[in-house]
Design a protein around this ligand. Structure first.
Ligand code: GLC
Length: 446
């Protein structure tokens, strides 16, 4: 690459930095837009935020019992045995993990649910539970479900990589119960149906009363928080009741300025127009956004010159993990990505793209977190622990730093009142708490 080409490349990267930057006034305006969408969603008006009541409150720490937890949200399904001691202590007594075959994510829903019931059955066998002590199951199902009670709800529409047929519009707890019956383990009762964000908040709040937000920053992204009585205007009877955790489904927030890569990704996705925030923030999509930018640079002859141009041509061939880690200064990871002849400059350019894409994701996540905290506590008078789970947050130290920096610029001194806490037990301990709440007879809808 000669000097003129190098200058052209640098100009391109500088323009790209502009495409992915979000100036502070724009970050600030996201808060206002979030608050409007939240209000509309809670009132049952059209909104990109579904604001789904979960029929669960935060835990007291006194929840007790032995539970099974079944977790489906991505490429793995987990079955866990969980024991809550009723004094804020919880332990996972047994765990099994199963890979969900890709064909099952896209095939008939009945086969997917048979696989889930089969996983519970295998868990019993693996852990020699001829007479299982846990017969009450909490189902963590990490998709938008319109709950009708703590233990029932219909799938509004698949998100992330799932498209299985015959599940949208159905009660997923009923589908699971029927599959357990078919598998010969109908004695297992599905007592709770929980979103992963709710499980994360419950797990975070079991021992820490200041925890009032659950966030997922992984394959998908979403959040939940406890809403005050009377503010869930679409739920008759909420006025007199107690607080209730609301699953926001914030991945669908759409009042954002998208760039040309976001639009390309969205148009080629199975759910165009939906999950616009998720498509700019979560791990499933960051690699693909970066791949589209890499392709544009290659087409302009600014990256991997002299190669046949076939590298990175396969959609979703650039994994988010291989991108964000080197983007944060880790030298490993780039070798498997491109043509073998990648020069030091090529590698630096790909790293820069990764840094821009991951940096925007963290700033959007930070502004969404700030929006929810100021909705609950406009003056930020209290301390807030935010329970966060997901690989994006867990494995990228720079990602947490970028969120904190965004909170600093949006909340000023009061950012010191916010603690981001990695909380990994949502789908186990959190789900079990939802099971305990359900067993203690939470209010049923309508
Ligand atoms: C997707 C799902 C949502 C879930 C999130 C994180 O956004 O729609 O329910 O919480 O992914 O797994």
């Amino acid at each position: 690459m000669n000097r003129i080409e190098a200058e052209e490349r640098n100009r391109f990267l500088a323009r790209l930095a502009g495409d992915f930057s979000i100036p502070v006034p724009v970050l600030r305006s996201i808060r206002g837009a979030f608050h409007e969408e939240m209000a509309h969603g809670l009132a049952g008006k059209p909104s990109s935020l579904r604001m789904i009541p979960s029929f669960v409150t935060r835990p007291t720490g006194g929840e007790k019992g032995r539970f099974l937890a079944l977790d489906l949200g991505g490429t793995n399904c987990r079955v866990l045995g969980v024991e809550l001691d009723g004094r804020g202590g919880a332990s996972i007594t047994a765990a099994s993990r199963f890979v969900v075959p890709a064909a099952l994510m896209h095939g008939p829903g009945g086969v997917l649910f048979d696989f889930l019931a089969g996983s519970v059955h295998s868990f019993f066998r693996e852990h020699r539970r001829e007479k299982p002590p846990e017969r009450v199951l909490a189902f963590t199902f990490s998709f938008p479900v319109e709950q009708r009670s703590v233990s029932s709800g219909t799938l509004l529409g698949w998100t992330k990589a799932f498209t299985a047929s015959g599940v949208e519009g159905e009660d997923v707890a009923v589908l699971l119960s029927a599959a357990l019956e078919r598998r010969g383990i109908g004695f297992v009762r599905v007592a709770a149906l929980t979103n992963d964000t709710v499980g994360t908040l419950l797990a975070g709040g079991y021992a820490d009363p200041s925890c009032d937000m659950g966030v997922i920053l992984g394959t998908g992204t979403n959040a939940c928080y406890p809403e005050r009585p009377g503010r869930i205007r679409k739920l008759p009877g909420s006025r007199g009741g107690s607080e209730m955790i609301v699953n926001m489904e914030w991945g669908n927030f759409n009042r954002l300025e998208a760039n040309r890569f976001d639009d390309l990704l969205d148009a080629a996705s199975p759910n165009p127009g939906r999950q616009r925030l998720e498509k700019m923030v979560s791990g499933m999509y960051l690699g693909e956004i970066a791949r589209l930018a890499v392709r544009e640079m290659m087409e302009k002859g600014l990256l991997f010159p002299g190669t046949d141009g076939s590298a990175f041509s396969e959609p979703y061939s650039l994994a988010t993990e291989s991108l964000t880690l080197p983007a944060r200064g880790d030298a490993a990871g780039l070798d498997s990505l491109g043509p073998g002849s990648a020069s030091a400059e090529d590698r630096a350019a790909v790293r820069e793209i990764g840094r821009l894409v991951a940096g925007r994701s963290a700033r959007l996540a930070g502004s969404a977190i700030a929006a929810v905290l100021t909705w609950m506590d406009p003056g930020l008078e209290k301390d807030h622990a935010v329970a966060i789970d997901g690989a994006l947050f867990e494995h990228n130290p720079g990602y947490r730093a970028d969120i904190m920096e965004t909170l600093d610029s949006l909340l000023g001194d009061r950012a010191a009142a916010v603690r981001l806490v990695l909380t990994k037990d949502g789908s186990g301990i959190g789900a079990a708490i939802a099971g305990a709440v359900a067993v203690q007879a939470a209010p049923e809808a309508g």
